[in-house]
Design a protein around this ligand. Structure first.
Ligand SMILES: Cc1cc2nc3c(=O)[nH]c(=O)nc-3n(C[C@H](O)[C@H](O)[C@H](O)COP(=O)(O)O)c2cc1C
Ligand SMILES: Nc1ncnc2c1ncn2[C@@H]1O[C@H](COP(=O)(O)OP(=O)(O)OP(=O)(O)O)[C@@H](O)[C@H]1O
Length: 327
């Protein structure tokens, strides 16, 4: 896949682009709804004999439009989104810089400059895709704005238990720690990438050495708590238990970002500085303040047994959420 960054305004001509079938959207998470949109574009491109393309935007529109937070943590930061889209067999990824000026384009201007102007022959987007100033352009207005230069396919709503599968829904589940539900929505376990850094070096002394992880990007972390995880290091995958939190047993104040520490089962290598991927499987419990180290250690021992039991059953696809009162 070839990636092109495009700043606004752009001065490229239609002839600078190959004719394409293009999927449009922000695509944070590249979830199964997004995959349906992108895979439709790839399939239609093959049928029509064109190249396939995805157009996405950067940064997240709400950062620029200042709607909610000034800063949006992502399910898939840009590099990972790019990697996942490439895996779907897309030929071109266009990353359009989302600026306040870009957001002011009228729907017709957006279509003229970024669809017709990009040599797009067919557009694929979901039923709720909007474009142009204030999102006034919709899939219903697209034929009018197309000036008969391209056709389009609207992908119907993909739902799960009656709820639209969306980046917003997935972010909410992550904030609740419900990582167990994500494989159904993402088509994969939720992962984050980082590097092993040195921690307070207490873990070893209490019988639970941990790899402290610094995230490589601005990922949305699951809720504070303890999780059964898989960890990929140097091409190998290990099972473990991970704590996301502030270690209230040892610290009274919550300062800065929470620590991410993984106790990897049957592992004793020195991995400082190595790149790791954490795959989030199941939330086990909330982080707690213990009145002694012995109690903390006994609880981590139970966490470990619970995680091992989960992994033993994983091949049977069981993923049972803890009871509500555990949260
Ligand atoms: C599976 C797991 C569960 C943990 N649960 C808690 C907890 O509930 N409360 C707490 O204060 N610390 C918890 N911790 C953090 C430990 O206190 C921490 O790993 C230990 O202090 C070592 O920290 P260090 O590696 O930064 O030296 C947990 C750690 C792991 C690996
Ligand atoms: N569940 C879905 N079913 C069909 N199409 C979808 C679905 N979710 C997203 N799409 C389409 O995928 C493209 C990218 O969508 P977008 O990035 O807005 O994602 P979203 O998951 O709806 O996010 P948000 O929660 O921020 O609205 C758009 O064309 C959108 O209409």
């Amino acid at each position: 896949m070839k990636t092109r960054f495009i700043t606004h305004p752009h001065y490229m001509k239609k002839e600078d682009f190959p004719p394409t079938v293009m999927a449009l959207g922000y695509f944070d998470g590249v979830h199964v709804g997004h995959q349906r949109v992108i895979c439709s574009a790839v399939q239609i491109a093959t049928e029509k004999g064109y190249k396939s393309a995805v157009m996405t935007f950067h940064p997240h529109p709400s950062v620029v439009l200042g709607k909610k937070e000034q800063h949006v943590q992502l399910i898939t930061p840009l590099k990972e989104k790019e990697r996942l889209i490439a895996q779907l067999g897309v030929d071109y990824l266009y990353i359009v810089e989302f600026t306040a000026e870009f957001a002011e384009l009228l729907p017709q201007q957006f279509v003229d400059q970024y669809i017709i102007g990009f040599h797009v022959k067919h557009v694929v987007a979901g039923f709720d895709f909007t474009y142009g100033r204030l999102g006034k352009g919709t899939m219903e207005t697209l034929p009018f704005h197309s000036r008969e230069q391209f056709t389009h396919t609207t992908v119907p709503k993909l739902t799960r238990n009656g709820e639209k599968i969306s980046s917003t829904y997935i972010r909410q589940l992550l904030k609740n720690g419900e990582v167990c539900q994500l494989p159904e929505l993402l088509g994969r376990f939720y992962t984050v990438e980082g590097t092993v850094i040195s921690g307070e070096k207490r873990g070893r002394t209490i019988g639970f050495p941990t790899a402290n992880i610094e995230l490589a990007d601005d990922y949305l972390l699951p809720a504070l708590g303890v999780y059964a995880v898989k960890v990929k290091i140097g091409g190998e995958t290990f099972e473990g238990v991970c704590n996301v939190g502030y270690k209230p047993t040892f610290h009274d104040k919550r300062e800065g970002q929470p620590d991410i520490e993984v106790h990897i089962f049957n592992f004793s290598k020195d991995v400082y500085g190595e790149a790791v991927t954490i795959e989030w499987h199941k939330r086990l419990r909330s982080e707690q303040k213990f009145s002694s180290i012995e109690q903390l250690v006994a609880q981590i021992e139970r966490d470990k047994e619970q995680a091992k039991a989960y992994f033993r059953n994983l091949s049977e696809n069981t993923c049972v959420l803890p009871q509500k009162d555990v949260f």
